[in-house]
Every structure is written in C-alpha cells, then in structure tokens.
Design a protein around this ligand. Sequence first.
Ligand SMILES: [Zn+2]
Length: 344
Amino acid sequence: MLRVMRKLITRRGTEHSLPLFLPVYQPQSPIVPLSVWGELQSVEGCILNAFFLYKNREIRKLFGNGLTLREYIKFDGLVMTDSGAFQALTGPLLLSNKAIVTFQEMIKTDIASPLDLISPPGENRTTAEQKLIVTLKRVREALDLTPGCILAGVQQGGRFPDLRRRSLEGLMEIGIEYLAIGSLVPFFNKNHDLKFVGAVLREARRIAGPQMPIHVYGAGDPVELPFLVALGADIFDSSSYAHYAKERWYMTPYGALRDPGPLMTGEYTCRCPACQAQVPGWEIMDDLPSLAWHNMWTIFETIRLIREALAAHRLDELLKDIIEVHQRWFPESLLPASWSTLHE
Ligand SMILES: [Zn+2]
C-alpha cells in the first residue's frame, strides 16, 4: 500500500513527523499529570478543550492578561485546542463560533478548531445536511480569525457518503490546509468495524490530495491506529488512555484486554516502566493512574511502530501481524473481516 511520508509544520515553525498522537489533557483534573508525561519522550503534543478554559472566568482573565496556553500548562510542545463542539451534544453552550475561535487565537494555540456541529450516526439526512452547511460557514468565518494558528477544517455529513463528499469539497474550496474528520471515530467503528470509517477516510485522502494532514477526532485505540494510518489518516487525539483505565481496560497493540490471559501465557509482555515495575504485571489493574500511564505508553509505542514501519515500507506486514494476533484473542471482532472488504 502506497503511503506518502507527511509532516506537520506549525506557524511557530516546529516540525512534526506524522502520524502523531495528541493525548487529551485536562489541566483541572488530570488522571496522568503532565509532569509524568515527560518520562514518555515521545509526547510531542497534546489537545485541550478550549471551551473548558473559556468558561472558567478566572482562567479566561489570566489569558486576557497575556498568558499563553503553553505557559499555562507548562508544556512546550505542540498544543491543539478543541472548541466545545462535543459538549454541545449534551446541551446548549451559549457560545458563538466567533468567540471560541478568537479565544483560541488569543491563547496562541498551534491548531484551532471551529465550533462545528457533530452528526451522530442516527441523525437523518436533512439534519446532517443542515449541520454540514452551518459547519462550513463557521470554518470560513474561523479562517479569517486565526492568522496566528492552523485552523482545522472539519468535515461533517454523518452517515451519508455524498454529504461527506460535499462537506469536503466545500472545505477544499474555502482553502483549508488541515483536514479534521468529524463524527467518525468512535461513532462508526463499533466492535472495530472499519468499513464506513475506511470508506470515508479513503475518499477524504483522495479529495484532499497527498500532502494535507488528516486528523481523525477521537481515535485512540492502539489496535485501530495502524489501519487508520494505512487508510490515509495522520493525526489522532483521544482521552482513551484515561477512560479505558477507568473501565479497567489494559491496552495492547493487538486490542485492549480485560483478563490477563495473553500476559500469563507469555504471549504478550509490556515493556512500559509501570508494568516492568509490577511483575507479573496484572496488579496494575487496581491502580488507575498506573494503568492510564501504561495505556498512554502503549499508544505512543504504537505510533513509534507505525512510523518505523512506514519508513521501512513495511506497514502491510505490521497490519498482517496485528490481524493475526487480534483475531486469535478476539474471535468476535469485526476488524479482520471489515479490513479485508476494504482491500477488495
Ligand atoms: Zn505496560
């Protein structure tokens, strides 16, 4: 499978090899404090919810006085911000696109997000169409308000391939330089079914051309990332490391485990410092911060393996290896079958 090596260059001039994973960081309630992230040499960036910062009057005042986001979280890597679009699914935000985008520009984020309108899978065509039209207008408005950062052009269109295409063509017309696929993962990949996700990503890559960075919002299961990369995606963000830990899921590159089978048989050994410190390794399940840290380590290890495979033109071999083990551990998973339909 042909795959071009891409880079992301920020307005500050920092360069990042792709693929790239941006863990969600919540400064007010971090499960894994940022200070501990430093032990993971590979953390190049993170994503924060700009809406949470904006709605806190005290924090907003600090930013109004000139504090930057990187200074606030004491992190010098790449910072991306989300807009609160996800929170809008559960209730009215009383927030305008202009206000949240201007705020992101002010706090000097590297990549800003417009206040797009999310279309969950059950949504009907008329609503999905309206949402994509409004999202396009907001992207256009946001582009003029963000000279200092990269703006994510967000694709919507729900479960309708023609609406997805229309959304993307509209974004290309506006002149975006960074594409973010909205309402896709985790909405459309239940039980690792990559069929719809794969079709959307393939078409997105075809229309966006070989150089445009493509971000998939909310993708953070290590077993899926190499497949999403093969389909054309480059950048992922998620808080999966924390919420998998809260639900006692132990991530591996072959799928997340609830029971220690493959660890006990010696089929899988995690090399992360948290697991190495706890032989035989399953005690970690009772230690939420360590489990979250292990999960984060596993995601970054996966990104490292993908980059290595890409550089050696061996991505197909990596995918084959993952499918072989995944199928054995999770016979019910739809990943192998859905992946093979994408090959036809
Ligand atoms: Zn581990």
